[in-house]
Design a protein around this ligand. Structure first.
Ligand code: SF4
Length: 163
């Protein structure tokens, strides 16, 4: 269920900052995404309509409009996370998660949903050889509570019985 939409009001200064973020070619994709959500919310657009426009889930829109309405521009930044931060591996060009659960989890939402790793977006990889990947998929449930919930839902749907 989508929570009640938090009201978003922009000062002229906040609007200028957000519009500049959207325009600048050097702004990180995740910051452009969050700025677009807030600018659309300030126009009075509904959460669902914004989600359709920016190509995400309504819950993700709710997360950012809620953060902005409580904390202003600083609410759009990534929060410091418990545990060690993901480490960048220059050799592979990838970030390696050092702690469990995944440091990008915010409440029960993925805080980087719009730019989440391909392996997360691809989950549960049903279009590939599902049988050979099964254990890897199950391992992910220890890292990401979202994956855990998917596995639990599958167990219920498929009538899985513990022996
Ligand atoms: S493991 Fe889950 S919380 Fe972490 S980045 Fe992937 S989808 Fe997001």
């Amino acid at each position: 269920m989508i929570p009640k939409a938090a009201e978003v009001r922009l000062t002229p200064e906040d609007r200028a900052v957000l519009e500049a973020r959207v325009r600048a070619a050097t702004t990180e994709q995740r910051d452009v995404f969050r700025a677009r959500i807030i600018l659309l919310a300030a126009e009075g657009r509904s959460t669902r309509s914004i989600a359709r426009t920016v190509g995400t889930m309504p819950r993700t829109v709710s997360l950012w409009r809620g953060r902005f309405s409580r904390e202003g521009l600083s609410g759009l930044a990534d929060k410091p996370r418990p545990g060690s931060v993901p480490k960048y591996d220059a050799e592979t060009g990838k970030y390696i998660t050092q702690s469990l659960p995944c440091p990008f989890l915010d409440g029960n939402l993925c805080s980087i949903y719009e730019v989440r790793p391909a392996v997360c977006a691809d989950y549960p990889h049903l279009h590939r050889n599902f049988r050979s990947r099964l254990w890897q998929v199950i391992d992910n449930a220890e890292t990401c509570p979202i994956v855990y919930n998917v596995v639990e839902r599958l167990k219920k749907t498929l009538g899985f019985v513990e022996s």
